[in-house]
Design a protein around this ligand. Structure first.
Ligand code: PXP
Length: 249
């Protein structure tokens, strides 16, 4: 099975918000991603609303015929919004106001009691819950004990090592991703991955056979400036497909 591609459209909203107007519209980007073959849309409603807004989440649910994966911090404000929007999926992520992007995975092991309330309420509302975690056994065991059906493995450190052309480090982290994916899938979890992936770094991750979904945003939106979003999404889908086919042969 070829991994699904969830297109994260947050940074269309980043550009829109730079001027405070209506364009570029992240909902239009989501519709275009659908035409290019995206399998889902991912959007992170941050506490400070630096990119996606509450209204975007409502419109994505109403106007886009693709499953929505809402990335959210484990706060009561976000839980109320997620229960109201009832997206197909929610991915619980750590969030720090001062960070530029989601730096590292959730400490599911250290925050078990806090997270249980969120995972339970979202799951009971019919939303598929995932936890954005580092690729290690401790965090996977914590996700298992919380009873979530999905984990998303953070690929940020791998992508950074690729960008820095640190092949040794990239290979080591890739190994951690493989081991975590194998262990988690063996325990019955659905495995997703994402963060920081580019045309240059996506294939070794997409080749991990247990990975069922990749969520990719910043690079696709950046590339869209030069070649258009449809072309960027199509090329990413092609790389994911060829990685999986090569892994099989
Ligand atoms: N997955 C999760 C859980 C994320 O928080 C993000 C960033 O919002 C992504 C995937 C996509 O990361 P990037 O925009 O770097 O491709």
């Amino acid at each position: 099975m070829i991994p699904r591609l969830g297109v994260n459209i947050d940074h269309v909203a980043t550009i829109r918000n730079a001027r405070g107007g209506d364009y570029p519209d992240p909902v239009r980007a989501a519709q275009m991603a659908l035409l290019a073959g995206a399998d889902g849309i991912t959007a992170h409603l941050r506490e400070d609303r630096r990119h996606i807004t509450d209204r975007d989440i409502v419109r994505l649910g109403q106007e886009v015929k693709l499953p929505l994966n809402l990335e959210m911090a484990a706060t009561s404000e976000m839980l109320d919004i997620a229960l109201d929007a009832a997206p197909h999926a929610a991915c619980i992520v750590p969030e720090k106001r001062e960070e530029r992007t989601t730096e590292g995975g959730l400490d599911a092991a250290g925050q078990h009691n806090h997270l249980a309330h969120f995972t339970q309420a979202l799951g009971d509302n019919g939303t598929r819950v995932s936890l954005f975690i580092e690729p290690n056994k401790r965090q996977i065991d914590a996700a298992l004990s919380l009873g979530v059906p999905v984990v998303e493995l953070h690929t940020g450190a791998y992508a950074e090592a690729c960008n820095a052309q640190d092949e040794g480090m990239a290979a080591k982290i890739l190994d951690d991703l493989r081991t975590a994916a194998e262990y988690g899938a063996g325990q019955g979890l659905e495995i997703h991955a994402g963060h920081g992936l580019t045309f240059d770094s996506v294939k070794p991750v997409a080749a991990i056979t247990q990975i069922k979904e990749l969520n990719i945003g910043h690079f696709l939106i950046s590339e869209a400036i030069f070649c258009g979003l449809e072309t960027a999404v199509l090329r990413m889908k092609g790389l994911i497909m060829s990685a999986r086919q090569e892994a099989r042969s």
